[in-house]
Design a binder for this molecule. Structure first.
Ligand code: VG1
Ligand code: CO
Length: 543
């Protein structure tokens, strides 16, 4: 067997977005498309010769063949060893866990996360660094630059590795170790949570429904919930990872996880419902007839962290993405710890976690996590909730309401306008940006504008600056409207409008969110000229 140097030409548009490079499968199937990107990753790294790389994905269509290609390219580029999940499968948090546990040089995650899969769906790839987290912008920019000048890539002509069997194999001088996809991750969870208490909870008759959405969380949830924690068989539904996610959209929100919502709103609803996304880094938490807003979930986890063994000594700080509601800020204030506001995307939490400035992080997009890995972690968040339910004996709804009573409520909603024309979307954002200087001090439907800006973030650890991270209109009463364009979609553009209103009056914290936010929704439509510019009178998804 020998290494080949293959002549290639750059592809346009291989720019990583919020979380890696995401394109439709057909784009990735073009000869050399994946190879160019992988070589560009390697070309922007230094010092990996002889080191270990972790490789795994969410099992979606194209995963297996991409894994084989990456293994051969890692060998030809001089890696010493690759740890790859059995059948090519590792959830995103599991990749992070394995990188950290085995002190690997880095890892490659194959996933388009919450985007649909299958031959007509999306595929994705991203690089994670030695701390287990997504590569920071400095590296993703270098990768992109490299894709624009690439002239050749290196690949071994060895035969495919058998990914079904655990154990060691060899590609030229590089060792390949096929590892159990779940074991390391499950062990980490066991060290953080009170498994005995959760086991007792299940044996007392407590019932749960976990919706794996036919994506990668299924094997993790089955092994941990039904295996280690003794939950009855059948607790996990849609628990087999399918290459096309059964044709469904593995994005856990009340719209896409409608089966779970129906079960949780039904007559004989279990006590606790949860779902995770394509690559198992997101979580949705549901009580009986009660869907928890992700921003509230972050606040509840932070406020009660001391009840969980892994966080018994308290948390150092909280970080949330800018559009995430300020519910966590109020918890941080009460705990006397800092709360950081970062741009959207988990890569911005890495430095804060590494520096020990924060312990728990969260995003409004059903993402929560902590310093146990450097990715958001769906199964972790769900186990955290289970631990809280076991420790307090309260229901999901009680824990959330208790938080509202103690800290006030941030009514919150995100309105997505999907697959709109890119030019329309860019025009809408440009128009908003031009309006910003004139907005401060204005009254809109009785709401007084305090700050109107385009969010810019200076990383407190390395001083790097990220600009144009979202247009925000902050009102004097603490309400906010945020506009930004999605960086994970593959069809046209997606406009996200984030709406938040603080309510401290105990008598008024029980309204339906969309009603409580009606004025802000109207202001957002007027300011953004959404209907006139996109032709849409309604968002496609409301969460
Ligand atoms: C979305 C979410 C963001 C999340 C990202 C990756 O990004 O808004 O909060 O970090 O997806 O999540 P965007 O740019 O489309 O708004 V995952 O689970 O798709 O890796
Ligand atoms: Co995801």
């Amino acid at each position: 067997m020998s290494n080949q140097v293959v002549i290639t030409m750059p592809f346009e548009g291989q720019q990583p977005g919020t979380s890696g490079l995401r394109k439709s499968v057909t784009v990735f199937q073009q000869p050399a498309y994946l190879e160019n990107f992988v070589q560009s990753i390697f070309d922007s790294l230094e010092g990996y010769q002889g080191k270990t790389l972790v490789v795994g994905g969410d099992g979606r269509f194209h995963n297996r063949s991409a894994v084989q290609t990456i293994l051969k390219m890692a060998a030809a580029n001089g890696f010493g060893k690759v740890l790859v999940g059995q059948n090519g499968i590792l959830s995103t948090p599991a990749v992070s866990c394995v990188i950290r546990k085995y002190q690997a040089f880095g890892g490659i995650v194959l996933s388009a996360s919450h985007n649909p899969g299958g031959p007509d769906g999306d595929f994705g790839i991203k690089y994670n660094i030695a701390n287990g987290g997504p590569a920071p912008e400095k590296i993703t920019e270098a990768i992109y630059a490299s894709t624009q000048t690439i002239r050749e890539y290196r690949i071994s002509d060895a035969t495919d590795i058998d990914l079904n069997r655990l154990g060691s194999a060899q590609i030229d001088d590089m060792q390949v170790e096929v590892i159990d996809s779940v074991a390391d991750y499950a062990e980490l969870m066991q060290g953080l949570f009170d498994f005995d208490a959760i086991r007792k909870l299940f044996s007392s008759g407590f019932r749960m429904c976990f919706d794996g959405m036919s994506a990668v969380s299924g094997p993790y949830a089955k092994a941990i919930l039904e295996g280690m924690l003794g939950a009855p068989k059948g607790t996990v539904i849609n628990g087999e990872p399918l290459e096309d996610f059964g044709g469904l959209h593995p994005d856990p929100n009340p719209v896409n996880a409608s089966q779970l919502i129906e079960i949780m709103n039904g007559k004989d609803a279990p006590d606790f419902g949860a779902a995770s996304d394509g690559d198992a880094d997101r979580n949705m938490v549901v009580g009986r007839n009660f869907a928890v807003s992700p921003s509230d979930s972050l606040a509840v986890l932070a406020a009660n962290a001391k009840l969980v063994p892994g966080y018994r000594n308290g948390i150092a700080g909280i970080a949330r993405s800018m559009p995430t509601s300020t519910a966590a800020d109020r918890v941080a204030k009460a705990l006397g710890i800092p709360c950081y506001e970062t741009p959207t995307g988990w890569k911005f939490f890495g430095n804060l976690l590494d520096a020990g400035k924060v312990t728990i992080c969260g995003e409004e997009s059903y993402g929560t996590g902590s310093n146990h890995v450097r990715e958001k972690d769906g199964v972790w968040a769900i186990l955290f909730w289970l631990n809280l339910l076991a420790a307090t004996g309260k229901t999901v709804e009680e824990l959330v309401r208790e938080n509202w009573v103690q800290f006030g409520r941030s009514y919150y909603s995100r309105h997505d306008y999907e697959s709109i024309d890119s030019n329309d979307a860019n025009g809408l954002m440009k128009n908003l940006r031009e309006k910003l200087p004139s907005l401060a001090g204005q009254a809109l439907r009785g709401y007084q504008v305090d700050v109107a800006d385009d969010f810019s973030y200076t990383d407190p650890v390395d001083g790097s600056v990220s600009q144009k991270q979202g247009v925000r209109i902050i009102f004097t009463n603490g309400s906010r409207i945020v506009f930004r364009l999605s960086g994970t979609g593959t069809q046209g553009a997606t406009l996200r409008v984030y709406l938040e209103r603080f309510e401290g009056d105990q008598a008024r914290i029980n309204e339906p969110s969309q009603e409580a936010l009606a004025d802000l929704i109207a202001i957002a439509n007027e300011l953004g000229e959404i209907e006139a510019r996109t032709g849409r009178s309604e968002p496609t998804v409301v969460t």
